[in-house]
Design a protein around this ligand. Structure first.
Ligand code: EPU
Length: 348
């Protein structure tokens, strides 16, 4: 007997922003940690895998679906304390948190607006955009240990945050994130340090102005989900921006100049990292390897507004999407010798 309802053969495509893939053999909606723990225990006892589903905005579901239990996180509590602390359940839509913070004039999240998905997913890949990352304002991550099924709290130091990376991403079988506590800055200054954003707003802009400017930029790149936008079925960036050695970056730049792709080395987008390496722009590499925005392969293709987003136009399959992703990856590797890594998670 279980104290929660297990559904069978639940279509997952409508729960993902790609709108692709098959059903979950078993499916449960977890509105609290008790249900989550009971569901994890049930899957273990029955010998099934258990996968966690948040907002479905960074997920690729195979056409054959998932053969185990999908647990849909619906923990929905959110509490703004006067000190600038915000305690948020994993299932709360991320924009609700950003909106509450900006409305209260609490700094720290204003650049992270327009990002689809749920709050519980944000520490996993250390969500970042326009010069901010969630890791900068995370105070605690609440987790359920998948082995002991015990609830615990982790300090940011143990989460090993990096660029689109964390211990949760590297060890996905260890914890389920059930909540996040953020420490924001009431009345604090907003973050204006991303080149594109600096062109739009003054350094002293209000949090609301910064947020609106970010939303405008994201909309122009089809990075805000809008059902009327033909590029809307996507997972945002499909590849990580590759972090390479200085020598590799110099090679890419020299090649681009030699082949007449750019007028000078300075025209190649690259960003130094704190570790002395160089982050290249995957969208740029894709375009310069000859895959234009708007390229289509049947029902899938590249967004017409941003080369880093793969899109599904409707009526396609995950197999088509993954085959096209392989084609893009191979083109960039052939042209520049750089290996792109997929950013969204594949549900297997
Ligand atoms: N570029 C191109 N062609 C394109 C897109 C970009 O040449 O089609 C060049 C631009 O000219 C620019 C550089 O690439 O020089 C960087 O482009 P952009 O500022 O658009 O950012 P990005 O590196 O492509 C990253 C994040 C986005 C985030 C933006 C803004 C990753 C993988 N992606 O994209 O995050 O919104 O910066 O901060 O780090 C996401 O992860 O889903 C996502 C949308």
């Amino acid at each position: 007997m279980t104290d929660f309802e297990i559904q069978r053969d639940v279509p997952l495509a409508p729960l993902t922003t790609f709108e692709l893939g098959g059903p979950a053999r078993f499916f449960v909606r977890a509105g609290g940690t008790e249900t989550l723990v009971a569901a994890l225990r049930w899957a273990r006892e029955e010998g099934h895998g258990a996968a966690i589903l948040g907002g479905g905005s960074n997920l690729i579901v195979p056409d054959e679906g998932y053969s185990g239990l999908v647990i849909h996180m619906a923990l929905g509590d959110i509490d703004f304390e006067d000190s600038g602390r915000v305690e948020v359940g994993a299932g709360v839509p991320w924009e609700v948190v950003v909106d509450g913070a900006v409305t209260r004039d609490w700094a720290g999240l204003e650049c992270l607006t327009g990002i689809p998905g749920s709050t519980g997913a944000t520490p996993i890949q250390n969500v970042g955009a326009y010069g901010q990352e969630v890791a900068e304002v995370i105070e605690r991550v609440l987790v359920v240990d998948r082995e002991s099924l015990v609830l615990g709290e982790l300090a940011p130091g143990t989460c090993e945050f990096g660029y689109r990376d964390s211990m949760f991403k590297r060890e996905p079988e260890r914890y389920v994130v059930v909540g996040v506590h953020f420490a924001l800055r009431p009345g604090g200054a907003g973050t204006v340090r991303y080149g594109e954003l600096e062109k739009q707003v003054r350094p002293s802009a209000s949090l609301g102005e910064i947020r609106n400017a970010v939303l405008d930029l994201r909309r122009k790149k089809s990075m805000v989900i809008d059902p009327d936008d033909p590029n809307h079925r996507s997972a945002g960036s499909f590849f990580l921006n590759p972090v390479v050695t200085r020598t590799e970056a110099d090679h890419v730049a020299a090649l681009a100049v030699a082949e007449g792709l750019v007028p000078s080395i300075a025209a190649v987008p690259s960003y130094p990292t704190p570790t002395g390496e160089v982050k290249l722009a995957a969208g740029w590499l894709i375009e310069k390897s000859g895959i234009a925005k708007g390229t289509r392969r049947g029902a899938v293709g590249i967004s017409s507004n941003h080369a880093l987003a793969l899109v599904h136009h409707g009526g396609g399959t995950t197999a088509e999407l993954l085959a096209f992703a392989d084609e893009v990856r191979a083109r960039v590797a052939d042209r520049f010798g750089v290996q792109l890594k997929r950013e969204p998670r594949l549900l297997v």
